[in-house]
Design a protein. Structure first.
Length: 246
């Protein structure tokens, strides 16, 4: 295995005091590898809420401070935690079709989203093989809310940050196997990278120029308000007539 799968980078700043304090407080270093991965994965999945940060290429410590993130930013934090725990991991870059973000991103600001959105998952070396981790993107409260809202959809579903063949049970918990929640929306496969830093230096992030400024200053806050509304209201009862946005 390459030492590059354990190194600190600008984005993977696992020497940050807050990241190290989290690991110490939770006593994660005392765990075996299976439970180290599970602890970091579950923390990022459920204690870092689904939401939209200012950019994809922010540091892991900023994601932790924000307390929310999406596929790319949550991945930054998960990779940093894994490497801090001496678990080798790498970055796999993709694009996903914008359609799976409809509903999470309100229709009146959807024009901002590129047709194909930069996406990634984390690959972790466990039990002699690489395991794909993507199921950490949506926190359980948000996912449960969408499942409740669309309770009559059991299988294929695309929208609200989800692209899966089994909405009823997408298998997002860590059990030593690959996890997915947006895999069915993948369009381009950019391959493997030692770190997100290398990927973003090569491919860039999703937005630039005026669109980037609008997103950072105004629109992401609107999106996050919508995501929080979905998380907090959908559990109050399913809407049997609801349809995923198309």
């Amino acid at each position: 295995m390459s030492v590059n799968y354990l190194v600190k980078t600008k984005i993977l700043d696992f020497d940050n005091h807050n990241i190290q304090s989290l690991i110490t407080e939770r006593n994660w270093k005392a765990l075996d590898d299976y439970n180290k991965i599970g602890a970091a994965y579950t923390f990022v999945k459920d204690e870092i809420k689904f939401g939209y940060n200012r950019s994809d290429d922010i540091t892991a410590s900023e994601v932790l401070a924000d307390g929310y993130g999406q596929c790319n930013t949550k991945g930054n934090l998960l990779m940093a935690l894994l490497r801090a725990l001496n678990i080798e991991c790498r970055f796999h870059g993709f694009t996903i079709d914008q359609q799976l973000q409809k509903g999470a991103i309100p229709s009146y600001v959807f024009w901002l989203a590129p047709k194909y959105i930069i996406h990634s998952w984390v690959e972790v070396f466990f039990d002699g093989k690489w395991v794909n981790l993507e199921g950490f993107i949506l926190d359980d409260a948000y996912l449960s809310s969408i499942q409740s809202k669309f309770s009559r959809f059991k299988d294929n579903f695309c929208g609200y940050g989800i692209a899966t063949i089994c909405l009823e049970n997408p298998m997002t918990e860590w059990v030593g196997k690959s996890t997915y929640i947006q895999k069915e929306g993948i369009h381009d496969d950019f391959g493997l990278y030692n770190s997100p830093d290398v990927f973003y230096s090569e491919k860039g992030t999703n937005l630039s120029g005026v669109k980037r400024w609008l997103y950072q200053s105004v629109i992401r806050h609107i999106i996050n308000m919508n995501v929080n509304r979905l998380r907090n209201t959908c559990n109050q009862g399913s809407d049997k007539n609801a349809q995923p946005q198309s």
